[in-house]
Design a protein around this ligand. Structure first.
Ligand code: NZQ
Ligand code: ZN
Length: 385
């Protein structure tokens, strides 16, 4: 196991009715900017609960944060936060609202061009307004991590940032808020959280048995519960397990002491930035092909994954690896998330465009071995056509 430091400062309030806890978390004299997306939280009753919990505070609402949140919109929210002398931000929505609000928290106190926060991946953030979160889409783990991914629509650049300053002070996870998710977003969340585990698990062994078993437990849970959520959208236990799994999949716990890949995500972000595919769709497209291209480097973990997650124990090693890759693809497809570029109307013309964006955004090749160059990414996308 590699050496590590683990530190996570987000307080979690999990369960039915926990939105009321906001009253204890946000100071009584706070000036609060409540942020939300396209209106799902207005329709499903979540915002009513938030407003009730914030009663007595000065509350300003900022809606319209897009899926794959736009820098251009968030800069306006940061200006509003400054103009209104806001001292607390409360994100109410999915990962896009959570991410966007984290960026606003940093941008509101940032001297200079806020785009530099993304250029420097958040390393230049010295302070941020406090953020709380009511997460309504289990997927990103944004509710308990220090990451945000922001898109500048005008240049089609989608970039991640990372700063301890934007870590939510608290997050509310009420599974009932997810009953209203459309099947496409339920599926996206299942695929994304599954992929977060794989990015931290399907690398090479370092003797980290705790992390491996923890990862396998999450993978098995998501495999079991994901399809149920499509069939029984108001099943509380199913939603609760998916919600907690998604948070644990990317709250910096699994990543401690082990190598991380993240090439699928970074290639995927370019596909979203350029062509607007849902985040989870990009992952479902890229991963099966990436595993084929990187099967030698990932061999031992692929065999472990095949056996412990899918129970594949017969056949040659190569057959078992092929079977595990196909089972993974079949899971994404069964969730309704298609796994080929052609399924999204994209063809080979996109490959040089994605490679060029990767060249612009990443100085060092991607992956746990830093060997996924733009050329290798092109090879992966060829296989994903
Ligand atoms: O905008 P509204 O009206 O709220 O509707 C949203 C949106 O249309 C809807 N939705 C959310 N909760 C709902 C709901 N509809 C009905 N009922 C509910 N309870 O779902 C749509 C998608 O929402 P979005 O927030 O975009 O989805 P998600 O949570 O999957 O977030 C995706 C974003 O997070 C980034 C992605 O790149 C993408 O930009 N990620 C953030 C990460 C992080 N912070 O650590 C890691 C991830 O890998 C990912 O990159
Ligand atoms: Zn993701």
């Amino acid at each position: 196991m590699q050496s590590f430091t683990y530190w996570n400062t987000t307080r979690i309030h999990f369960g039915k009715g926990q939105i009321a806890r906001i009253a204890e978390e946000v100071p009584a004299d706070a000036r609060v900017l409540v942020t939300y997306g396209g209106g799902s939280v207005l329709r499903n009753g979540v915002m009513d609960q938030v407003r009730a919990a914030l009663a007595g505070r000065t509350v300003i609402e900022f809606g319209g944060i897009e899926a794959n949140p736009h820098f251009e919109t968030l800069v306006k929210a940061a200006e509003l936060a400054r103009a209104e002398k806001v001292d607390f931000l409360l994100a109410v929505g999915g990962g896009s609202v959570a991410d966007g609000t984290k960026f606003v928290a940093a941008a509101a106190l940032f001297e200079g061009d806020p785009w530099d926060i993304l250029v420097e991946r958040g390393t230049n953030v010295r302070a941020a307004l406090p953020v709380g979160c009511v997460i309504t889409l289990p997927a990103t783990g944004s509710e308990m991590n220090r990451n945000a991914v922001i898109t500048r629509a005008s240049t089609q650049d989608k970039l991640p940032m990372n700063s301890v300053h934007v870590m939510p002070r608290f997050s509310v996870l009420d599974p009932e808020t997810t009953f209203s998710l459309p099947p496409r977003q339920t599926a996206n969340g299942v695929v994304d959280s599954f992929m977060h585990v794989l990015e931290q698990y399907l690398t090479y062994p370092v003797g980290a048995k705790v992390q491996d078993r923890f990862a396998e437990g999450l993978l098995l849970t998501i495999l079991e519960e994901g399809p149920k959520a499509l069939g029984e959208p108001a099943n509380y236990e199913v939603r609760a397990n998916l919600m907690w799994a998604a948070t644990l999949a990317l709250n910096d716990l699994l990543s401690r002491g082990v190598p991380g890949d993240w090439a699928t995500h970074r290639i995927g972000h370019e596909l979203t930035g350029l062509y607007g595919l849902d985040h989870a769709a990009t992952l479902a497209v890229v991963l099966p092909s990436l595993l084929k291209v990187k099967r030698a480097q990932k061999r031992e973990k692929l065999l472990q994954y095949a056996e412990r997650v899918f129970g594949i124990t017969t056949g040659s090693e190569d057959e078992r690896i092929d079977a595990a890759i196909e089972r993974t693809r079949a899971f994404f497809e069964a969730m309704g998330v298609r796994t080929r570029l052609a399924d999204y109307g994209l063809d080979a013309k996109v490959i040089p465009e994605v490679a060029e964006k990767l060249r612009q955004h990443w100085q060092v090749p991607l992956g746990e071995h830093r060997d996924v160059t733009p050329e290798v990414a092109s090879e992966i996308l060829e296989l994903a056509l």
